[in-house]
Every structure is written in C-alpha cells, then in structure tokens.
Design a protein around this ligand. Structure first.
Ligand SMILES: C[S@@+](CC[C@H](N)C(=O)[O-])C[C@H]1O[C@@H](n2cnc3c(N)ncnc32)[C@H](O)[C@@H]1O
Length: 226
C-alpha cells in the first residue's frame, strides 16, 4: 500500500495519511487522545456505567484500520475486569510492514501491550480469536454496505473516513443499519458532529447528543437506542 504514509500527530502518537483520499486515519491533533475520548470514554465507558457495570460487552467497529480502538478496548477490558467481544469490519486491511512501525503501545505507556497489538493484527480474518480471558476479536474483511449478521451489539464505534471524503458511508440507510445492529440501550459513537449526521441519526431512531470533542475538535456526536 504505497499510498499510505505514517505521520506523527500532535500528542506524539502515529496516524496514517491516505494519499488518494488526502485524509488521515485519526485527528491530526492527536490520534491516541481522539480514540480514547470518542470511543473509549464517550462510548464504551459511558455505556458500561449507565448499564450498571455489566461483566460483558459486545462492541462493533466500522473500520479496523490500525487497530488502535481495538487495542484501547483490550486495555480497558483488562483494567476493568470486563469481557469484551470486539467485532470489526475492514475492507482494506493494512500491511504488517506499516502496522509494525506504529507506536501505539509505547504512546499508551504500556509496552506490555505490544504482544496484544501484534495478536490483534495476526489473528485470522473471518474467525473469532480469544486474545486473552478478557478480550476476543473478530475481524471481518468486508464493507459496511455488505456486512450481515444476526449478532447484536452494545457499543458501536463508527470510525469511517470523514463524511467529506467518504459520503457513501454516512447515509441514513447505513446509519439505520447501525441502529439495527445495536441492542436497546446501545450506544453509537463517532468523532464527527456534522448537522446532517445528527439529523439522519435522529431520523433513524437514535436519541442524539452533541458532546465536547477531543483536544482540537469542538464537538462530537453520540446516539443512543432507547
Ligand atoms: C478513519 S479510518 C479509522 C480506522 C481505525 N478505526 C483506526 O483507528 O485506525 C477509516 C477506516 O475505514 C475503512 N473503510 C473504508 N471503506 C469502508 C467501508 N465501506 N466499510 C467499512 N470500513 C471501511 C478504511 O479502510 C479505514 O481503515
């Protein structure tokens, strides 16, 4: 994948720049800070706290990419003694040559996450893998448009490229699909705060909240299934 370059974001953590799309995989203001804020704190921790600290969580992610969100979820699982089943879809898996250069375990400040990070990437596509007693990952090589399952999820990390770059993923039809993938009480979380996104999320049934964004970004959006 010669059209992908490694960059360093403002918090010192890596991200990737997709030259064809002219788009980064994370916020330039800090990849790690963004993922922790948008997906772990406002998504996973919020759902778990409001649900009475259940011992098991099913997460669905749109866009596995670098696996940063999966790694942070695995860290959360271990620290909080909760079992996380993490399902993620990705039509364009990254080369290990790129993955091996990313500094996420070090940026998080836990070098012992290096093995977990490697396991997340070397686990077989299309098969659920038990990474440790607290975390399983099921990576599926497909597009959201084609994804089908009977499973239901508690938290959905919507981490597609920005609406301005990949508008076809932010349609009301696909947001409806996301809504249908969630259980009652389920939480959809994303870094975008576009007005059209909020209107579409409402129109498919979500209760929509606009929240403060991660450093460098004013707002983000969360949707709840009531
Ligand atoms: C903004 S990046 C974020 C990826 C990842 N969560 C991370 O932290 O690195 C968006 C990801 O969505 C993937 N993607 C592109 N088209 C997609 C589609 N139709 N369905 C699902 N994912 C898609 C891209 O390949 C890319 O890995």
């Amino acid at each position: 994948m010669s059209d992908i370059k490694i960059i360093i974001t403002e918090d010192g953590s890596h991200s990737l720049y997709h030259e064809d799309l002219k788009e980064t995989y994370h916020s330039f203001h800090g990849a790690l800070q963004e993922s922790v804020h948008v997906f772990i704190e406002k998504g996973l921790r919020f759902w778990r706290t409001k649900s009475g600290l259940p011992k098991e969580v099913n997460i669905f992610e749109v866009g596995f990419g670098t696996g940063l969100n999966a790694l942070l979820a695995a860290q959360f699982a271990k620290e909080n003694g909760v079992k996380i089943n993490f399902t993620s879809i990705e039509p364009f898996p990254l080369d290990m040559e790129i993955i091996n250069q990313l500094n996420y375990p070090t940026s998080i400040g836990q070098d012992d996450l290096k093995l977990t990070y490697e396991q997340l990437h070397t686990s077989e596509w299309g098969k659920k893998a038990e990474i440790n007693p607290f975390f399983s990952v099921h990576k599926i090589k497909t597009k959201l448009e084609n994804f089908q399952t009977d499973e239901k999820f508690d938290v959905l990390f919507f981490d597609a490229f920005a609406p301005s770059k990949q508008a076809e993923l932010w349609t009301a039809d696909l947001l409806q699909k996301c809504y249908n993938l969630l259980r009652s009480g389920g939480v959809f979380t994303t870094y975008s705060a576009k007005g059209q996104l909020k209107r579409d999320l409402k129109s498919v049934g979500f209760e929509v909240e606009t929240l403060p964004g991660p450093p460098g970004k004013k707002e983000m959006v969360r949707g709840i299934v009531n």
